[in-house]
Design a protein around this ligand. Structure first.
Ligand SMILES: [Fe+2]
Ligand SMILES: [Fe+2]
Length: 171
């Protein structure tokens, strides 16, 4: 029984992001299924999930960079933290044959993803929509705010979409 299955509540009305997120959910579920077969098979599936997540997070980070987010924004920071943990789980399984962290991280990733998609990713999808950002071409219909955004704009981020003006940085 997978921790997470795709439901309409996870859809963000952003075709590219939703496709990537559906793939994430499917890879996570496949890894959980593989755990019932063998650790080796689960690790192989998990490495596909990690590789996909590198692309998934990288894509969102590039969209943020292209639409006015500061490099140190909290959404990208959370991506980096999660990926670091995911890589560490791979390392422990491969170098120490310790599969406990792999077994434990899968349900955690399921719970984390549902929250992340519905907060930070939902805010990003709305931001991209407001600017008329085309993910295929990188073209924006409207220019982003001049000041870099350091918050994610999600409800868990306070203050939301904090903009640091050049004036206040140099004052
Ligand atoms: Fe995402
Ligand atoms: Fe994200």
């Amino acid at each position: 029984m997978p921790t997470l299955t795709w439901t309409p509540e996870l859809a963000l009305d952003h075709a590219v992001m939703d496709k990537t997120h559906q793939e994430f959910v499917e890879l996570l579920s496949a890894t959980e299924d593989a755990l019932a077969v063998s650790h080796e098979q689960a690790l192989a599936c998990y490495e596909s999930l990690v590789e996909h997540t590198v692309g998934h997070f990288g894509q969102e980070d590039r969209w943020m960079a292209a639409t006015g987010f500061a490099p140190e924004n909290c959404h990208s920071f959370q991506h980096a933290q999660v990926l670091e943990l995911m890589h560490e789980v791979t390392r422990l399984a491969k170098t120490d044959a310790d599969f406990g962290p792999l077994e434990r991280v899968l349900p955690e990733l399921g719970r984390w993803f549902a929250m992340h998609a519905q907060s930070m990713d939902a805010a990003l999808a709305s931001h991209l929509d407001q600017l008329g950002f085309d993910p295929a071409t990188g073209v924006l219909a409207s220019a982003p705010a001049a000041a870099p955004i350091t918050g994610c704009g999600g409800s868990s981020c306070s203050p939301a979409a904090t903009a640091t003006t050049a004036e206040s940085e140099t004052a």
